[in-house]
Design a binder for this molecule. Structure first.
Ligand SMILES: [Zn+2]
Length: 353
């Protein structure tokens, strides 16, 4: 992998805000701050077509973010009214938060994958979600105090404005309906169920959202008792092989090239995590371990005791996605004891060992 967004990386190293940049003729990148988040900013992209501009990932909904987006567009001499389509790679609020405001002021339509729109629909019914989360956390083996801590830390999110639903649903392999631009979708589930990458074939650049980032691995978490997002994620890495775009345009950090080597790194990271989870299960007592117990044994960037409740929640989700993947490969087994999931090795060889 080679970094092409060198000014962006310089800014990252100095903990400064990166510049607005013309990526290539007809493509601009505007950094939009994410208030209070270590990722610091989303890169909003604007791509010109024959009748205006497509905007991808308008950013976090906050007055400072709005100011940065509109000032950045001003620098590019792109009026808001010229935006005809807003596309989102996925509906996390740091990407999709401002879509409603852009739509309202420009008249643009908002497009996303159907699975993201379905998630927004579900998000509306918070009471149901809380019951589900409680049952899920019990099943993961989390202590009851964790749910209360988590609820307290999420209070501010519950009060946030609801995000807008899709005007148009965009499926895998579609060419976006804008004149004079070949913008094709690649469905890349894993980070979220409906994550999309956009291959701008006209400029030969690939917009990868959170699916592929140059420095960090995106969170791939299982937040229910059934899904296998890591299996999806690994398949979604393969879905990008062979495209070999001239440049990769991620939603955070900085631009880079040589996509395939980055795909190898990301797959390798998950293989290591799978081996570690497999080893922890292998060393467990015959009764098995809960996902929470496995998570406390995994190496994180900080000791488990120092992680905040939302970080522990992300950690459980990550561990569970790896356990679920091991199970799908018949390398781990799960059994239910009074609503608590217990994981054991499935008797086969230890993963990677
Ligand atoms: Zn995200």
């Amino acid at each position: 992998m080679q970094v092409t967004g060198t000014r962006q990386r310089e800014a990252w190293r100095r903990a400064e805000f990166p510049p607005v940049e013309k990526v290539t003729g007809g493509v601009w990148s505007v950094p939009v701050p994410i208030v209070g988040n270590p990722l610091r900013y989303v890169l909003t992209y604007l791509i010109e077509h024959d009748a205006g501009f497509v905007m991808i990932d308008p950013g976090w909904n906050h007055p400072d973010s709005w100011q940065a987006l509109t000032a950045g567009m001003g620098e590019c001499e792109i009026p808001l009214a010229a935006v005809t389509a807003v596309l989102v790679t996925h509906v996390h609020p740091d990407h999709h938060g401002q879509s409603g405001k852009v739509r309202e002021l420009s008249g643009a339509w908002v497009g996303m994958h159907p699975a993201e729109d379905a998630f927004l629909e579900l998000r509306g019914s918070t009471l149901m979600l809380r019951d589900n989360v409680a049952a899920y956390l019990r099943w993961c083996g989390a202590p009851p105090s964790h749910l209360d801590e988590l609820a307290a830390s999420r209070q501010h999110i519950a009060q946030a404005e609801p995000m807008v639903r899709a005007d148009r649903l965009v499926e895998h392999g579609e060419t976006i309906d804008v004149p004079g631009l070949r913008l094709r979708t690649v469905w890349t589930p894993g980070h979220t169920p409906g994550h999309l990458c956009f291959h701008d074939e006209t400029h030969d650049v690939l917009l990868t959202g959170d699916h592929i980032l140059p420095r960090i691995t995106p969170n791939v978490s299982s937040y229910d008792m059934e899904s296998n997002p890591l299996k999806d994620y690994l398949a979604s890495l393969d879905a990008l092989r062979g495209i070999q775009p001239r440049e990769v345009l991620p939603a955070h950090e900085y631009r880079f090239t040589d996509l395939d080597s980055r795909l190898d790194d990301l797959a390798g990271h998950h293989r290591e995590r799978l081996a570690e989870a497999s080893e922890i299960l292998g060393g467990a007592a015959p009764g098995g371990l809960t996902a929470w117990q496995v998570a406390t044994g995994v190496t994180w960037s900080r000791p488990w005791s120092e992680l905040a409740s939302f970080q522990r929640q992300a950690a459980i989700g990550e561990v569970l996605s790896h356990l679920r993947y091991l199970q799908s490969q018949e390398l781990a087994a799960e059994s239910d004891r009074d609503g608590v999931g217990l994981w054991t090795p499935a008797g086969g060889p230890t993963f990677g060992g």
